[in-house]
Design a protein around this ligand. Structure first.
Ligand code: IDP
Ligand code: MG
Length: 149
């Protein structure tokens, strides 16, 4: 079992796709260990996208990422880091297959619905960045719903 960090970006929030995207993660057997909504502050954003701060598109990316609050999710599951990246598709929404989150809902390479950690090392750093220890939960799944027929 691994835990990975997902951010539902402003296009997801503004486009009212939060429920649909979380539904897909739950359907794929991921357990929500943490969930919170907040506006990304400038410093946090620079830390999170540290590999991109020197790029010419960074100001545009920052404006996009701060245009609405985002929703952070900590998702646990088997091979969570890799499986979530497969579910969301590649960075450029236009190159993402239909059936992936970005392929179905993303606009382009910047406006692409979700962030997800790309390695176990980054997942650990990003979970720490966005969740305080008391905001991540471990719980047993004792009660489940009956599947609708
Ligand atoms: P990832 O989100 O698939 O891991 P990264 O290369 O880490 O992709 O880039 C982080 C985010 O920065 C992307 O999800 C996207 O929103 C934005 N981004 C990446 N490349 C570009 C670009 O060429 N133009 C505009 N935005 C970009
Ligand atoms: Mg990345």
């Amino acid at each position: 079992m691994e835990t990975t960090l997902v951010l539902l970006k402003p296009d997801c929030v503004a486009g009212r796709k939060v429920g649909e995207v979380i539904r897909r993660f739950e359907e794929a057997d991921f357990q929500i260990r943490g969930c919170k909504m907040f506006t990304l502050g400038g410093e946090l954003l620079k830390e999170h996208y540290g590999h991109l701060v020197e790029k010419s598109f960074f100001p545009e990316l920052a404006a996009f990422m701060q245009s609405t609050p985002v929703v952070a999710l900590a998702l646990a599951g088997d091979h969570a880091v890799e499986r979530v990246r497969v579910l969301i598709g590649p960075t450029d929404s236009k190159k993402a297959d239909k059936g992936t989150v970005r392929g179905d809902f993303g606009v382009d390479v910047m406006v692409n619905i979700v962030h997800a950690s790309d390695s176990n090392e980054n997942a650990a750093l990003e979970l720490k960045r966005f969740f305080a220890p008391g905001e991540l939960f471990d719980y047993a799944m004792r009660y489940t719903t009956t599947p609708a027929s």
